[in-house]
Design a protein around this ligand. Sequence first.
Ligand code: PPS
Length: 292
Amino acid sequence: MASSEEYLFEYKGCYFIKTLITPEYLDTLEDFEIRESDVFLVTYPKSGTVWTQNILSLIYHEGHQNGTEEADLIDRVPWLECKFRNVDYATRTSPRLFATHLPYYLVPKGLRNGRAKVIYVARNPKDALVSYYHYSKLNIYIKDAQDFDILMESFLAGKVPAGLWLDHIDGWSTHRDNFNILFLTYEEMKKDLRSSVLKICNFLGKSLPETKVDDIVDKASFDKMRVDPRTNYETIAPDILDNTKGHFLRKGTIGDWKNIMTVAQSERFDSIFKERMEKLPFKFCWDIKDEL
Ligand code: PPS
């Protein structure tokens, strides 16, 4: 089987998908001008990006909340390092919302020591890996990543999009004082979405009526997002995703890794990840029943 890394290129110690992102464009991002009103959602892939993009869009866009405007999430909260639509991000009206998987050292330098806001959402890396494994079957550019064991080795070596999970989260948390940043976990969102939405609103300085918060929580539920064409990615990227092979919004649960990883695979994963993970300043919940 071909190496699972052939669809990637390395840029300054991180990996990117060749067909979606170019090194020339990444070069320009360091000087991308930041506005105080910008909001950046930062995630390691498969950690709740689209979920939080949707929450941000619902908070900021009245037309999204009341359903009067038809716009795909990727247009409301575009992916900084990948220009699906070829729009000029510099001319977008404020407040601009962006999503990115970039490590802390590749984001625009104006984000440091600035007032623009960053929301980092982390997820149990085993679940992110398993989600990525399933997603790799849909994404037509990731053809050769279909053997779980091979993919897991690439993941543990950091030879996957956005690089090593440990470096990504460690980098962002170690440098947290350089950014105006809120950390959340997929698991806390899953267990109490309303509290997470309120945390996000509070961080963004948005005071919404209770009914609007209720509405956001409802529209950001897995079941609602799965059937909403603006959020389920089924119409957004038909040239990238083969939706006959599954759904982008696949399962949306905590602990799905247990359904695919063998005990040996889980132990190998822990032998490489556990020590550094335990030093991270986060309380991860490994099980749906774990206390937050
Ligand atoms: S990507 O490609 O990096 O942008 O993917 P990302 O959006 O970060 O992660 C996709 C996973 O998030 C799940 N998801 C949700 N879970 C719970 N509730 C809601 N509303 C929700 N929306 C997206 C999605 O199902 C993917 O996880 P898995 O485990 O594969 O289901």
